[in-house]
Write a protein that binds this ligand. Structure first.
Ligand code: RB5
Length: 143
């Protein structure tokens, strides 16, 4: 699995911590920035990660900003992207199992590191269940 990860200034520190988890899990990822805590615009990083997922170059995207909200709105402008903002692991797992979500957004000002790790673990560890959910996701994709 190849993962694209990005953050704005508000999510920078958490992104760095989540990268350490990806390293521990031995997962391949590309970091699309930002590279420090200086103020930047979250849509720039959402576009980069969402484009990577929409083009098929990456299997999953991870986006971190203050709340995760702006990142999810921006990422979802791409038709092939199903981005979710999650503040607890159950939603992250269900977003994979039922919604085939391919981009996870986390709010660094909303959740602590331990919860963020649990959310990411749940998202990466779960698979789309297909079946009745496939028809529903097809309706989302049809617009
Ligand atoms: C930046 O201050 C903040 O607006 C951004 O990180 C994010 O929370 C937007 O949704």
């Amino acid at each position: 699995m190849k993962i694209a990860i990005g953050a704005d200034h508000a999510g920078y520190q958490l992104k760095e911590s989540l990268k350490r988890l990806l390293d521990e899990l031995g997962l391949l990822y590309e970091d699309f920035g930002t590279t420090n805590g200086q103020s930047v615009d979250y849509p720039d990083f959402a576009q980069a990660v969402a484009t990577g997922v929409a083009t098929g170059n990456f299997d999953r995207g991870i986006l971190v900003c203050g709340t995760g909200v702006g990142m999810s709105i921006a990422a979802n402008r791409h038709a092939a992207v199903r981005a979710v903002v999650c503040s607890e692991p159950l939603s992250a797992r269900m977003a994979r199992q039922h919604n085939d979500a391919n981009v996870l957004c986390i709010g660094a000002r909303v959740v602590g590191l331990g919860t963020a790790i649990d959310i990411l673990d749940a998202f990466l560890g779960a698979s789309f269940e297909g079946g009745r959910h496939a028809a529903r996701v097809a309706k989302i994709n049809a617009g």
